[in-house]
Design a binder for this molecule. Structure first.
Ligand code: SF4
Length: 369
């Protein structure tokens, strides 16, 4: 689908996306609907349309009088995402969409169908300020944080695609915050979006917290805060190296919170939430994939003599065109896995979805700038 002409939004708040239904709590919705001169129960009707029916077109709100539909839609359901391009891969099981936001910032989301689940990978920021050198998004810097509704809208779009049959599947069962951006650097909006996802219908999307994964490069205070929210999402720590010398280079925020500190915070998260933490490790040829680094990783992750708190997810790097960072050789990857398994570390190699459509985080947007 091609992009229409420049967007006109209803009076955006200065420097921020326009306010949307998905930014609000149920109480705020009722209050604002009443303040706009409508009956309070309209709020529940609107929530049912948005979160259950996935309907934002006021023409479909047939249980509301025609006279109120347009004003409610204008006040609460502005268009936040405008589709620039959608690509499919993996025989239609992967759908990647590039979005243009109200201020022309670009972000992307990816819908992936697996035999047992449908996962939506969402962006939490336009760009990213973490500057990981192997990542396309990191090269462009941070443009801005996304609002709660801009994040929720990515999930609602995925749900709508399923409902319309663009991709087979029943419902979005999993959401992973692994698209563009560092979720913990936009904590308030991200936790706001998580709340909208797990709030039961019709006030939210009614997903299970167990199906939600929030990733981080290791912003320790936010990891600690997440553990206190009472929403047991899975935490994914992007470690990529088990020693400070290499991690300082691959994940520059390591100079602020080092390997020991981030692994301790991850362990503490698992202890408090009883949720197994996922350790993400992108395998990069001749950089972090040597056998001795697998041994080092096992050593760093071992806590109180057991592996029950952790799962290692190895990610074959999807190389950015023109980049010196590339995927490991098959034999090095296999040896890395073998070393971890020999020590009892629970480990899997991530299925690399969307390779043929530049499926690594940030690449689609990067090529469009
Ligand atoms: S890898 Fe993640 S945290 Fe690092 S620059 Fe890319 S998007 Fe940001």
């Amino acid at each position: 689908m091609s992009e229409p002409l420049p967007l006109v939004f209803e009076s955006p708040r200065r420097g921020q996306p326009p306010r949307h239904w998905a930014d609000l709590t149920p109480t705020q919705r009722r209050e604002l609907v009443e303040a706009a001169g409508h009956r309070a129960y309209r709020a529940r009707q609107l929530s049912a349309h948005y979160f259950e029916g996935l309907r934002t077109d006021p023409g479909e709100w047939t249980d509301l009088p025609e006279t109120v539909r347009a004003s409610l839609a204008a006040s609460f359901m502005p268009d936040l995402l405008r589709e620039v391009r959608t690509q499919t891969a993996d025989h239609g099981d992967t759908v990647k969409t590039l979005w243009r936001l109200y201020d022309n910032a670009l972000v992307e989301s990816v819908l992936m169908r697996y035999p047992d689940r449908v996962t939506m990978c969402v962006s939490s920021q336009a760009g990213c300020g973490m500057a990981c050198p192997f990542c396309a998004t990191g090269q462009g810097g941070l443009q801005r944080n996304l609002s709660t509704a801009e994040i929720v809208e990515q999930v609602v779009d995925g749900s709508r695609r399923l409902r319309h049959g663009d991709i087979d599947g029943h419902r979005v069962s999993n959401v992973v915050f692994m698209g563009m951006g560092e979720p913990m650097a936009n904590y308030k909006a991200v936790i706001g979006a998580v709340r909208q996802l797990v709030t039961p219908t019709p006030d939210g999307l009614g997903m299970s917290a167990r199906g939600i994964t929030v990733s981080t490069v290791g912003l320790v205070p936010r990891m600690q805060q997440l553990a206190t929210e009472g929403i047991p999402v899975t935490l994914a720590l992007s470690l990529h190296a088990a020693d400070d010398e290499l991690r300082d280079e691959l994940v520059p925020i390591n100079t602020r919170w080092n390997v020991d500190e981030v692994v301790n915070a991850a362990w503490e998260y698992a202890r408090q939430t009883k949720r197994r933490v996922s350790i993400e490790y992108a395998l990069i040829r001749d950089v972090n994939d040597q056998a001795f680094r697998a041994d080092l990783l096992a050593k760093v992750l071992k806590r109180r003599g057991n592996w029950g708190w952790v799962h290692v997810n190895l990610i074959p790097l999807n190389p950015t065109p023109g980049s010196r960072w590339t995927a490991s050789r098959r034999r090095d990857e296999a040896e890395f896995v073998r070393r971890l398994r020999d020590k009892g570390v629970p480990v899997t190699v991530r299925d690399t979805r969307g390779r043929e459509i530049d499926g690594a985080c940030g690449q689609l947007a990067a090529t469009d700038r």
